[in-house]
Design a protein around this ligand. Structure first.
Ligand code: SAM
Length: 225
């Protein structure tokens, strides 16, 4: 349940220094991992894009608390070694399906990740899927033209569903095979190069021999009015 989630009335009212300290000054969140689970993806990307603020959104409090503690420990360790690593990554307990436009302005984000979202197979639950035509309009609003959506799942039916709806949406197009092959982030999405990754869905799927179905979509420019 999410009735106890605090969220800003609009993006301008969000105090990001609570999550990133002074590192938030002059910067805006650019990468969002929706339903980030144990946070492995953003933690592995953090040192690669030190100038980009990254946010994991996770609805389960126990899980978000775990990620918040993990990031605090990584920051402490880096500070002790005179570094400023991991100050660009943070986790927030929130319902990403409800509150995204409360946190992000139009065209603010450059990357959104949907990694192993819960599938909700049954037809009557379709509206709870994290990729729906209505939610895609919100994602397109928050993403800048040229921004990318990454999806991956081990459920083929869900992959087909996500590809279908993203392809059908006028503001998204799938990258070509060549472009997906050359994407620098996709290997992290598929393999999660983190030390403690036993809790990561991608690693579990690999251990259990399940297939993984990744895809990347580009946010197209807004059509002329
Ligand atoms: N993305 C992670 C990974 O690949 O390891 C976690 C995958 S897990 C199967 C799906 C996660 O999405 C769960 O941790 C769940 O709590 C979270 N989640 C589901 N709906 C959400 C929502 N509306 N807002 C934020 N998180 C959500």
């Amino acid at each position: 349940s999410d009735h106890d989630i605090n969220y800003p009335v609009c993006p301008a009212r969000m105090d990001w220094t609570g999550l990133y300290g002074n590192y938030a000054n002059g910067r805006k969140v650019e990468f969002v991992d929706v339903g980030c689970g144990y946070g492995g993806l953003l933690i592995s990307l953090s040192p690669l894009y030190p100038e980009s603020l990254m946010l994991g959104m996770e609805i389960r409090m126990k899980v978000s608390d775990f990620v918040i503690d993990k990031i605090a420990a990584l920051r402490r360790h880096s500070k002790e070694n005179d570094k400023v690593d991991y100050f660009n990554v943070a986790c927030l307990r929130s319902n990403a399906m409800k509150f995204l436009p409360n946190y992000f302005e139009k065209h603010q984000l450059s990357k959104m990740f949907f990694l192993f979202p819960d599938p909700h197979f049954k037809n009557r639950k379709h509206k709870w899927r994290i990729i729906t035509p209505a939610l895609l309009a919100e994602y397109a609003y928050c993403l800048r033209p040229g921004g990318l959506v990454y999806t991956i799942t081990d459920v083929e039916d869900l992959h087909d569903w996500m590809v279908l709806h993203l392809n059908e949406h006028p503001l998204f197009e799938r990258l070509t095979d060549e472009e997906e092959k050359n994407d620098k982030i996709l290997p992290y999405v598929v393999n999660r190069f983190v030390l403690d990754c036993s809790t990561e869905e991608g690693q579990k799927a690999a251990r259990e021999g399940r297939n993984k179905y990744p895809a990347i979509f580009r946010r197209l420019p807004d059509p002329d009015p």
